[in-house]
Design a protein around this ligand. Sequence first.
Ligand code: RP5
Length: 171
Amino acid sequence: MAAKKKPTVAIVMGSKTDWPTLEFTVKTLKEFGIESTVKVMSAHRTPHEAVEFAENASKNGYKVIIGAAGGAAHLCGVLAGHTILPVIGIPVKGWSLDGMDSLLSTVQMPKGVPVATVAIGKAGAINAAILAVQMMAIADPALKRKLTAFKKNMAAEVLKADAELQAEIAG
Ligand code: RP5
């Protein structure tokens, strides 16, 4: 049996309640053959663990960190402050304000400490995975080929949907 590949992406979410969103990130990474580590760590409830994880992430073989949190979403900023790895932030739709609170507290980082913030919720969860793949593909020709095939498939699906719609309209 082939040995399991070492995870290159770390996914850190503020609460287990974020998992229904983050499942899409793990699934999308798997589609590209990328293994990830998934952790629950909070900037507010377990600040020491979050900092320690970020500080050791590069040494532990991760190439990208994907963070996700809702509400006063400080997690991605804290992670980004303690690593030189790229940090992608997913604003999770929280219990109020439709995720606008999460979006603004993830995206509005001060200069010098970027968090590459994606869309709120499911689309962002999927895009975070794709963006991580794109970052890693810079130095990985096999991943580059997978991304090219992914884009081609996506375009083919849209063209097919358009052809179906045209046929429906024409009766
Ligand atoms: C954030 O608070 C978490 O990322 C989660 O989105 C939100 C609510 O957490 P729970 O109260 O459900 O644990 O830190």
